[in-house]
Design a protein. Structure first.
Length: 732
């Protein structure tokens, strides 16, 4: 799968050719003023996804204009819905899914939920190979629908939630979204009805024989099985590479968004689809992230007229392409965007986000920078860069690698130019064509059909994929809770006064608060209740996800909900009335509370709200400073970051200490299966992440191990894990 290309949520229907319209028997609605003409049903889904003259063989989203994580999952659910409604998939019917990305997993999960028996073939060793481990790409279910991002989102679903009945997720880094999807996948009640076969090679799809179609593969030995339904969910394709350039896949981690540590860097970004435009924005805008930009820059009421104009321009460009072709629509788009009357408050805010450490040139094959092969959001932001300082160079270019690793580039006209890095985002070679060339001519018919790009609208209704089908608990609440998890910190967005949900099992079952307050339980049971309350409020089953945002890219961050829950826990700790029977355990919890207080106090000294997060402000960059003062402020910032990280380690250490005391005093088996609490940090220069297990050494296991903040500053380097040391550098 590649970065999304073209999609619409605001037009009545895409303007497509008369030939395609007649072929599909679709009425011409180009003059309709309605924003949501989606008159398609199960038979339309089958017609748009079934390979012509190959009954039972379906292609999922490989040829659509809009290919995003959410749109592919919606198509997957639509396909299973249509197959069931058209009686093409019966209970216990056999389904083969080729491709273990999010789309393939969603098809498999949906088919199994509806009673199917599924085999999923994946050529890599793990599912979700594209997203796993990626921390530099951000996924958001609806952000690319801007400026009408509310279209397509079900009522009651939060903007950051996918809101799917199966394998739902919430916005965050690609790697964390992959982990969230994998957790939901592993928790599927019907998981036993899905057989996953990794490392498959030489997949061959046979001809239809009666109701069956055979599929053969090697993994590693040869195997052939018959299926009622075969689904190709192989993604958008393989990215095009350029020889002689240090090429890196869009979905591999890089450092484009990070500040250059030594001087300025000049980048050539080649490609005007969403992939190229996103990388240009990462190079030129400080701390770029779509969700942040929309919330901080594009939510102002002063932009309402601009948003309306952008939707009008989109329709004008579609009409121009219909009449005169792609070049005409690109020319119109570029001219209209550059002529937009943008309010001054946006101009000022945008100017402040420009990076001082980078320069960039945008290159495209055609004469105009902005095309219909990119989203409105990215086009609008890039148009502001073109007005500021980014140049556009059309046409092909020649390049030579220099000894120092830089590139000498010569465009069709002009003198040679030098760049530190060239990034090529030229689209993808079709995975379906490459993997199954015997069907290529028939795939071409699907391409023309999919000009409609309407298979991504949700067709199923109600609890069609709910667990009620199986006579079990409804999946609705489970999915809703899962979608509300933060991929970095993993906390549920509960009210501040509530106790976060957790899977930690209580020691002695459900003991009522009345029994606790009346002190009618035995001594051990009273302490068991205290530990249960503490573990739920600390949400220790998701501790690593909750706290690892503190160690992310030298800019500590916490979900606002996490910071609120920690503050609630801090107050709970100090308000607790103790039985005073086990002072070691009581002091361990009080020790945790003191560390929690100091951690929150120091964290909030330089925090600011950014969408759903508190994030540490890079205060050394808030204004221009002479070099000497800049260096002092940078040193102060790094000291502050390392102190926050060390306090987060100490908080984890204190939590592990409480667990140790609980095992020692209450129940020796407490959390033995789950193990110690961990945190992870990174990415480092080699793009790796490191896992930390902070614990008190034997000599530190006193009644109250945390010495207080002042003494901790000088003692932290003696702990088993630490990032900083000593006192804060003086201003000098």
């Amino acid at each position: 799968m590649h970065q999304p290309y073209l999609y619409f949520s605001y037009a009545p229907q895409p303007i497509f050719s008369v030939k395609v319209r007649e072929e599909l028997d679709v009425p011409d609605t180009s003059s309709d003023s309605s924003l949501e003409q989606r008159n398609i049903g199960p038979n339309d889904i089958i017609r748009n996804m079934e390979v012509p003259k190959e009954p039972g063989l379906y292609v999922l989203g490989c040829f659509e204009r809009r290919v995003t994580l959410l749109s592919q999952q919606v198509r997957a659910l639509n396909l299973v819905y249509a197959l069931c409604e058209q009686s093409l998939l019966q209970p216990k019917g056999r389904v083969c899914v080729i491709g273990g990305g999010a789309a393939g997993m969603t098809v498999a999960a949906a088919a199994a939920r509806r009673g199917g028996s599924v085999v999923l073939l994946e050529k890599k060793s793990e599912l979700l190979p594209l997203f796993r481990g990626n921390h530099s790409r951000f996924l958001h279910p609806y952000i690319y629908d801007w400026p009408e991002e509310h279209h397509g989102r079900p009522e009651g679903v939060k903007p950051e939630e996918a809101g799917l009945p199966l394998l739902s997720w919430a916005s965050h880094q690609a790697g964390q979204v992959a982990r969230e999807l994998k957790r939901a996948w592993d928790a599927l009640p019907e998981r036993a009805n899905i057989k996953v076969i990794p490392n498959t090679r030489s997949i061959q799809i046979g001809m239809r024989q009666g109701r069956w179609r055979s599929v053969s593969w090697n993994a590693p030995g040869p195997r052939t099985e018959d299926f009622d339904v075969v689904v190709l969910a192989v993604g958008f394709g393989q990215e095009r590479e350029e020889k002689g350039i240090d090429w890196q896949s869009y979905w591999r981690d890089d450092h484009l968004h990070q500040e250059v540590l030594d001087g300025r860097r000049r980048h050539l970004i080649s490609g005007c689809g969403d992939g190229g435009l996103v990388d240009l924005l990462r190079v030129r805008l400080s701390d770029f992230q779509h969700e942040t930009i929309v919330d901080e820059l594009l939510s102002s009421p002063s932009l309402e007229k601009v948003k309306q104009r952008l939707v009008e321009i989109e329709q004008e460009a579609l009409n121009a392409r219909e009449r005169e072709g792609e070049a005409s629509s690109s020319r119109l788009l570029t001219q209209r965007y550059l002529d937009l009357d943008v309010p001054d408050d946006f101009k000022d805010a945008f100017q402040k986000r420009l990076r001082w450490d980078t320069e960039a040139v945008l290159n495209g094959r055609e004469g105009w920078a902005l095309t219909l092969h990119a989203s409105i959001l990215n086009r609008f932001l890039v148009s502001r860069l073109l007005i500021n300082d980014v140049e556009y160079r059309p046409g092909e270019f020649a390049h030579t690698r220099k000894e120092d690793g830089s590139y000498e580039v010569r465009f069709n006209s002009g003198i040679p130019e030098h760049f530190h890095r060239i990034i090529c985002r030229w689209g993808a070679l079709s995975a379906a064509d490459l993997g199954f060339p015997e069907f290529k001519e028939k795939f071409d018919s699907l391409r023309s059909r999919n000009e409609l790009d309407q298979t991504r609208w949700r067709l199923w209704t109600g609890d069609y994929f709910g667990l009620a089908l199986r006579g079990e608990e409804s999946e609705g609440s489970r999915t809703k809770s899962s979608a509300r998890e933060s991929p970095t910190s993993g906390v549920l967005a509960e009210p501040a006064s509530s106790v976060p949900k957790a899977s930690t099992a209580p020691f002695f079952g459900a003991l009522s608060s009345r029994d606790y307050e009346d002190n009618r339980q035995q001594e051990q049971e009273i302490y068991a209740i205290i530990i249960d309350e503490w573990s739920k409020m600390a949400d220790i089953d998701r501790w690593e996800e909750r706290m690892s945002g503190v160690f992310l890219e030298d800019q500590p961050r916490l979900l606002i909900d996490i910071a609120t829950s920690l503050e609630t826990l801090r107050i709970w700790t100090f308000k607790r009335i103790w039985p005073k029977k086990h002072p070691d355990l009581e002091e361990a919890i009080l020790n945790f509370g003191e560390v929690c207080g100091d951690f929150l106090d120091k964290f909030h000294e330089h925090s600011r709200i950014q969408t759903r997060y508190y994030i540490t402000e890079r205060f050394y960059k808030l204004a221009w400073h002479p070099e000497e003062k800049y260096r002092r402020l940078l040193a102060s910032y790094l000291f502050h970051v390392h102190l926050i990280e060390d306090l987060a380690l100490e908080l984890t250490r204190a939590a592990n200490y409480v667990c140790d005391k609980a095992r020692e005093i209450i129940d020796p088996s407490y959390r033995m299966k789950e193990g110690a609490l961990l945190v992870s940090s990174g990415p480092y220069s080699d793009l790796s992440f490191r896992v930390h297990r902070p614990e008190y050494r034997s000599t530190e296991r006193t009644l109250h191990p945390y010495p207080g903040l002042k003494k901790f500053l000088t003692e932290r380097e003696k702990r088993n894990e630490h990032f900083g040391k000593g006192l804060e550098p003086e201003e000098g």
